[in-house]
Write a protein that binds this ligand. Structure first.
Ligand code: BGC
Length: 444
């Protein structure tokens, strides 16, 4: 049976998500300062096809038509991020009024169209000026971030109530400060641990600031989560899976819930203590109003001696010969149910909202139409799993599709298309895909 919106009740929150760097373009327009992604895309061999997001979807100039389209697609909630370096070109200090104006225009128009804004304060685009001072590896970043958050609340808080403090700390600290495959391209365990700890502090600290400045605010933060299973029933694989789970799923939520870092499973994580100061443990804790869950796939983990610290590795979906998306991620709808179950089982967990879920597939434009049955099926199956979770009494209250428009998929460039709306990057033409039409119909 096809699920319908009313099965979820009137209070369930439906929406779409985007991120500033992936769609806005206008990378140096109207006083915007450079971000670490503006710098990173210029480095050799970092981005597929040497692409960048200098123009991306040109949302900076086309936001009005895009929001109108969102309205026509019956989308009631829009999650987008603010580019820190548009507000503070140097990361701290002088405010760029034109940057404030841009987000004011988006917020005002969204509200006028009946679309509720959900603002992510950090979706990976640190001002380059702050990276020059060490970025997330410099403990001062938590104070720079706190100042920036306060400025956003002061300027937008009269109209924005829903805030997501940080997007996927595990991914940006791992990819950006351990593996060096995302901006700023730093590598190594020490960089990663320092960045991770300062991010965790900034996350709780940022939320505390919003709550102190705005009564009635709804504050959360978003975590990347994957259901994890061992490759075989061998003990070694089970231990490896538990380690991967600690790193990928538990590392940031547990200190936030006051449980500390999950160092039991991964002894090497204890080195994070080197970056801890008095009161940090208490400061890492914060009672969020909601937790954003971002799920795309599951991971199968096996033991290996060749990966230092973890002795665990992912068995790729390709190797397992299972159905995949264009990101080579396994299509495994049950994952979303499993992560909701996992997070719901924490004591004192606040309401959960799926702040991202979606899929990239190779789309074909035929006669000005994009027929994408695989994406539609992916979303339908995911939504069915969210229903299953809700029906079992799990703590889930919303679902946002990643993403509205095809966009710049970080190191993968423009090749993977995740959008409900097709974008022709030559002429910026938008075409609602059949999955987008289906979602619009579902939301009616
Ligand atoms: C990120 C998005 C990204 C998406 C698909 C999430 O990790 O928040 O920015 O585009 O997944 O990879």
């Amino acid at each position: 049976m096809d699920r319908c919106k009313k099965d979820f009740g009137d209070d369930f929150i439906w929406g779409v998500s985007t991120a500033a760097y992936q769609i806005e373009g206008a990378h140096n327009t109207d006083g915007k300062g450079a971000s670490i992604w503006d710098t990173f895309v210029q480095k050799k061999n970092k981005i597929f096809g040497k692409q960048d997001a200098n123009v991306a979807c040109d949302f900076y100039n086309r936001y009005a038509a895009d929001l109108a389209l969102m309205r026509r697609m019956n989308i009631p909630n829009y999650r987008f991020s603010i580019a820190w370096s548009r507000i503070l070109p140097q990361g701290t200090g002088e405010i760029n009024g034109l940057g404030i104006d841009f987000y004011n225009r988006i917020i005002d128009l969204a509200l006028e169209l009946g679309i509720t804004p959900w603002v992510t304060l950090y979706h990976w685009d640190l001002p380059q000026a702050l990276e020059d001072k060490g970025g997330w590896t410099n403990r001062d970043v938590k104070d720079w971030f706190a100042d920036y958050v306060a400025i956003c609340v002061k300027h937008f808080g009269d109209r924005v109530k829903n805030w997501i403090v940080i997007n996927e700390p595990t991914v940006f600290t791992g990819a950006g400060y351990f593996f060096g495959v995302h901006a700023p391209g730093k590598k190594g365990f020490n960089n990663f641990l320092a960045a991770a700890h300062h991010t965790a502090l900034a996350q709780a600290g940022g939320a505390r600031i919003i709550k102190s400045l705005q009564t009635g605010s709804n504050v959360g933060t978003s975590f990347s989560c994957s259901h994890i299973e061992p490759y075989t029933a061998r003990n070694k694989d089970k231990i490896a899976a538990a380690k991967a789970d600690a790193l990928l799923n538990r590392f940031f939520i547990e200190p936030l819930l006051g449980m500390g870092y999950p160092t039991q499973e991964i002894k090497a994580l204890r080195k994070i203590e080197k970056y801890m100061q008095q009161n940090d443990e208490a400061n890492l804790q914060f009672n969020m109003d909601f937790i954003g869950i971002q799920n795309y796939t599951r991971e199968i983990i096996r033991h290996t001696l060749f990966v230092p610290f973890l002795q665990a590795k992912i068995v790729s979906a390709q190797k397992r010969k299972v159905e995949t998306t264009a990101m080579n991620w396994e299509v495994y709808p049950e994952s979303i149910y499993e992560v909701l179950k996992k997070y719901s089982s924490y004591a004192n967990i606040p309401p959960l909202i799926i702040t991202e879920n979606g899929a990239a597939f190779t789309d074909e434009l035929v006669d000005c139409k994009v027929h994408d049955p695989k994406r539609k099926a992916y979303l339908q199956q995911a939504i069915e799993q969210v229903y299953r979770a809700k029906n079992k009494g799990l703590n889930v209250h919303g679902y946002f599709v990643w993403t509205f428009l095809d966009n710049f998929e970080w190191a993968e460039g423009y090749r993977p298309r995740f959008g409900l709306v097709h974008v022709d990057f030559e002429n910026q033409k938008r075409i609602v895909k059949s999955s987008g039409k289906w979602y619009a119909d579902f939301l009616k």
